[in-house]
Ligand binder design. Structure first.
Ligand SMILES: Nc1ncnc2c1ncn2[C@@H]1O[C@H](COP(=O)(O)OP(=O)(O)OP(=O)(O)O)[C@@H](O)[C@H]1O
Length: 620
């Protein structure tokens, strides 16, 4: 296999492209708002309850100036004010309790919104097509699951609450003010209208800056993933400083756009604060003149000013709500982009529609959870397969054809880049061939329900990924509950029984990040044991190119020959010991099958094979 380079080129932009013909900023903002609504919809009842509680709290607040007016009037007329004072105190306490409850209920719905978004996104990401994930930056995808969903929590319910409560309370306050003094209300509205104009101009800029900040955060994730994913290589190359600088650049970009968003938010918040102050002064001046001229009385002016005081935070709340909607929409838009990436199920359904074939019934293994594989050995055949990894890239397979009967060991050999690993990728349907057929058990792999196809194949990658966790976690990745006998059988078969006995916690020993606490040979045998535990009808083994010590080499060879007695085994071979025991060898060169035969036949008749056997295949 030709592994992707361990150190990729530094990320420079958003890793999940919006796609061809993507809408501009205005379109994105609109799509983001629709996506935001989609996240809120399932929580609408709980949010409505939270908003209602908040509203009730605000109504209590709304009644407070009237109660205060009553206190002032009663005291002015020398009447006892105990009743109105008690009422005023009750209104204050009840208002605070209801507002607190409303806040809690809204936060509760916020957590549910975030949890659902994360669940949906992670579930989807793990089902994406291999080429889709290869063309995205994993770090950016991670940022969408962690950072963007967190923004949803911070913004969504508050924005709704601010919008609903702010609008209703502002409307109610305006009505009350109008009832008190229409002239003063007209003065107030004229000044406040200015806030509306400023917010309308500034809000889209907040959304745009937030989107750019989140993109930069995604790039930080991508840059970090790139450095930590090849941590030893980075260290061995002395590239810490270079990588740290790439990270610093991305962090700086996030800071710049974050500051820009903050500046626009400050513009709208400050404008609303200043306007409210100006409004207060103007009302005080005009109101004072009206009291002097006898057009209104002092208590009405006091009540009006109290309403104005109550209105000020509402205006601030509305302005902040608009900003938060912009922030939430930007996050929702990025989440939606990731959710639009095509999954394998969607690809299969699309193909079925295009070919007008009936959909795979769930019962036949089309369902996601299906892991009922095929136990008996499977035959494999390639028929005139042509394949390029992406349109525009050179072809990797040029009419590849071969047949492998069920059972036995078949080795693929050939110079680096000949297309051997690609054979495995096409059998697993990680990619789709451009033409020709790939047959498993005589049936085109495109006709196999994907889950059943994968469950029937054991696949061991060349760089043998072992995941963080215990040895047991790794072995049972594809077979969650194997019986102890089955586990013991596979451990013996993969020559891991001695290792498990030697480790301090046996199978429950932690193997470290990517299995770093195991040797290369042990990692490979863990991957083989994992594949064998599924009792596959076909085992695909991409042999590691690294040298193994004699004991590991012999253990691996015995494991492979044992397995080939029970199932079909295809090996991309890098070791002479593997090819000499193979039942047949397929020699590939530059994307073509050059020859097929046994070791002796090929030594006698194929010059390339002779050369490979004497130079490239690792001894003994
Ligand atoms: N994911 C990918 N995207 C684009 N090109 C790829 C990808 N994987 C492999 N290639 C290219 O396809 C060609 C065949 O690769 P493949 O991994 O099948 O070769 P191989 O015969 O297994 O090589 P090796 O023995 O070095 O592992 C190579 O030129 C490689 O650069």
């Amino acid at each position: 296999m030709t592994a992707p380079p361990s150190v990729k080129s530094p990320p420079t932009g958003p890793a999940v492209p919006p796609g061809a013909g993507a809408p501009g900023d205005r379109g994105r903002s609109w799509q983001g708002q629709r996506a935001l609504l989609g996240h809120l919809r399932p929580q609408r009842r709980r949010m409505a309850a939270g908003v209602l509680l908040g509203l009730l709290g605000s109504v209590m607040g709304l009644a407070q100036p009237l109660a205060a007016k009553r206190v002032v009037d009663d005291m002015g007329h020398g009447a006892p004010a105990a009743g109105p004072v008690l009422l005023l105190s009750l209104l204050v306490v009840a208002g605070a309790v209801l507002a607190g409850l409303g806040y809690y209920v809204l936060q509760h719905s916020a957590e549910s919104i975030v949890c659902t978004a994360r669940h949906r996104l992670t579930d989807r990401l793990l089902r994406l097509r291999v080429p889709v994930v290869e063309s995205a930056e994993p770090g950016d995808l991670i940022a969408r699951v962690t950072s963007d969903t967190t923004l949803l929590r911070q913004t969504a319910p508050q924005a709704v609450s601010a919008a609903v409560t702010g609008t209703l309370v502002t409307a109610a306050t305006v009505v009350m003010m109008g009832l008190l003094d229409a002239v003063l209300l007209a003065v107030t509205l004229a000044v406040v209208a200015f806030v509306g104009v400023v917010v309308a101009l500034v809000a889209p800029r907040i959304g745009r800056a937030t989107r750019h900040t989140q993109e930069a955060v995604g790039c930080i994730g991508a840059a970090l993933e790139r450095a930590l994913g090849a941590f030893r290589t980075v260290k061995a190359s002395g590239a810490e400083q270079r990588e740290a600088e790439a990270l610093r650049r991305e962090a700086e970009r996030a800071r710049r756009t974050g500051v820009r968003a903050a500046a626009w938010e400050a513009v709208s918040a400050t404008t609303s604060a200043v306007v409210v102050q100006v409004c207060f002064l103007v009302v005080l001046g005009v109101g004072g003149a009206r009291v002097t001229s006898g057009a209104t009385d002092v208590s009405t002016l006091v009540a009006f000013l109290l309403y104005l005081f109550a209105l000020a935070p509402r205006i601030g709340q509305l302005v902040e709500g608009v900003s938060q909607v912009q922030v939430g929409s930007a996050a929702a838009d990025r989440i939606a982009q990731a959710e639009q990436l095509e999954t394998e199920e969607q690809e299969q359904q699309r193909e079925q529609r295009e070919e007008r074939e009936p959909e795979t019934p769930e019962g036949e293994g089309g369902g996601r959870g299906c892991d009922a594989g095929v136990r008996s050995p499977l035959s494999v055949a390639f028929d005139e397969v042509i394949f390029a990894y992406r349109p525009g890239l050179p072809r990797v397979h040029h009419r590849v054809s071969f047949t492998v009967p069920a059972g036995g060991l078949t080795a693929f050999v050939g110079p680096s880049g000949a297309g051997k690993t690609t054979v495995f990728s096409l059998i697993e349907r990680f990619y789709e061939q451009d033409s020709g057929r790939v047959l498993l058990d005589g049936q085109d792999v495109r006709q196999w329900p994907l889950a059943r196809l994968r469950a029937s194949i054991g696949y061991v990658e060349q760089d043998v990924p072992v995941l963080a966790g215990t040895l047991r976690d790794n072995l049972t990745l594809g077979t969650p509950d194997p019986g102890p006998d089955e586990l013991a059988r596979v451990l013996r078969l993969a020559r891991l029984d001695l290792l498990a006995a030697r480790l301090p916690d046996g199978l429950d020993t932690d193997v470290g990040h990517r299995g770093s606490r195991l040797s290369g040979g042990e990692r490979q045998r863990v991957a083989i044991a994992r594949a064998l535990l599924r009792r596959p009808g076909l085992l695909l083994l991409d042999e590691a190119t690294s040298q193994l010590d004699a004991a590991n080499e012999a253990a691996l060879r015995d494991t492979i020959t044992d397995t080939a007695r029970r199932t079909t085994v295809l090996v991309v071979a890098h070791r002479l010991s593997t090819v000499t025991t193979a039942d047949r060898i397929v020699v590939m060169e530059a994307g073509r099958v050059r020859a097929v035969g046994t070791h002796e036949e090929l030594l006698a008749h194929d010059t390339l094979y002779r050369g490979l056997a004497s130079t490239q295949l690792l001894g003994p």
